[in-house]
Design a protein around this ligand. Sequence first.
Ligand code: MF3
Ligand code: CO
Length: 248
Amino acid sequence: MITIKTPREIAIMRIAGQIVGDTHNYLKQFIKSGVTTDQLDKLANDFIISKDATPSFKNYDGYPGSICTSINDEVVHGIPGKRKLREGDIISIDIGACYKGYHGDSAWSYPVGKMSEEKLELLKGTEESLFAGLSAIKEGAHIGDIGARVSEVAKKYNFGVVKELVGHGVGTHLHEEPDVPNYGNVGKGPILKEGMVIAVEPMLNLGTADVCILDDGWTIVTDDELPSAHFEHTVVVLKDGYEILTKR
Ligand code: MF3
Ligand code: CO
């Protein structure tokens, strides 16, 4: 079932989303070569807790971190640890926060120091694909309209679209119906209605679209070990468009 959120629920989700956006803005200053992903995890965890929220990912299906930190060929769900960021890395940071029982979810990929032209282009194209996907959202549009627009941008850049992982509804659960794939056909899939809340999250790869999972049971990496990027916003569907809840 796809739930419609009441104005009262949306007001709470706006706060949850703002906490996620603010956590991204806060973490940005610490993204430098030499910092460990554990340090970023602790900073994010403490920031979220200071806002009277809890990190949504901690213990989710046994996930050990408070955030996900995925470097270069790691697509998503990288577990924070002792690894240090290095000049030229892409670091994708995925953050979820739960406030008064409602979640916000947003991922962003950042350059560490100076980065190669092709990696910069991957970040630019993936961010563009997120906003292209979002631009399809309004009451009466179909879920397939979103993925079609994401894929169109990926095709323009010749980037691989990860198909094994998808966006999702958001609410009292981090992952709700419907699935929001990053591919699809215009006019296909569930119809959007005002008050639905969804996370759109394209994962685009510089090379092959194919991915696999590491032995840690979480980290998704590209098959060809080429870099990947991930951009995600949680939004509420409006009559004529959408409102970003995870503003940054
Ligand atoms: N934003 C991620 C997603 O929607 C959440 C990470 S799942 C976790 O898939 F298990 F790592 F928490
Ligand atoms: Co998500």
